[in-house]
Design a protein around this ligand. Sequence first.
Ligand code: MN3
Length: 225
Amino acid sequence: MYNEKAHNSEHKEVKMNEHYKFENMPLPFCYAALEPYIDAQTMELHHDRHLQTYIDNLNSILGHYPRLQDWSLERLIMQSDTLPEQIAVAIKNNAGGIYNHFMYFDGLTDKYEYPKGGLRQMFDKYLGGYEGFVDIFTKAAMSVFGSGYAWLTIDRRFRPKIIITANQNTPLTENLYPLLNIDVWEHAYYLKHYNDRAAYISDWFSVANFAYAEARLSQILNIYK
Ligand code: MN3
């Protein structure tokens, strides 16, 4: 599987258990650190309650299935359709909810850096520079109907692909390697931005962790190129 090797190596860096029991690690900054772009109350509820619920739900299911307890999050997502029918959907949704939120919170920073290195080169070569990326990514995030995410991913030919996913679906099952995402479920912005998703997306660019996206890009290029 295209993603398997990268995910295995990635696990050495990600600050979480590789498998059951999954844990909610504290954010590397305080809840108010992203203000005025994302408010403290939203960060606290989003991380400590929304994400925690996915973790609790998945742990609760896996507690009854010892044979799945050494499965990684990625394996649970990618092979959910091989699981018993009564748990397949719940595992896909809750493992996806954890994976997507880990990506989202890792993709936020209180130490903003303008995109540089290979990431910047990729923007310049394929997307019309940083401004082109902002434009395409914003349109994608705005186009999510209902709840979901917009993603910056790279495909098998190492080209950027900006996609959207519904609910807690992930790009993993589409053979795309995710670099960065934005959560556009209303719980990610409603307390501050109300129904103004465009304002939230615009603010998100001021706290987007491009250093993290760049690190993920370098990692996958080192493995495969
Ligand atoms: Mn969320």
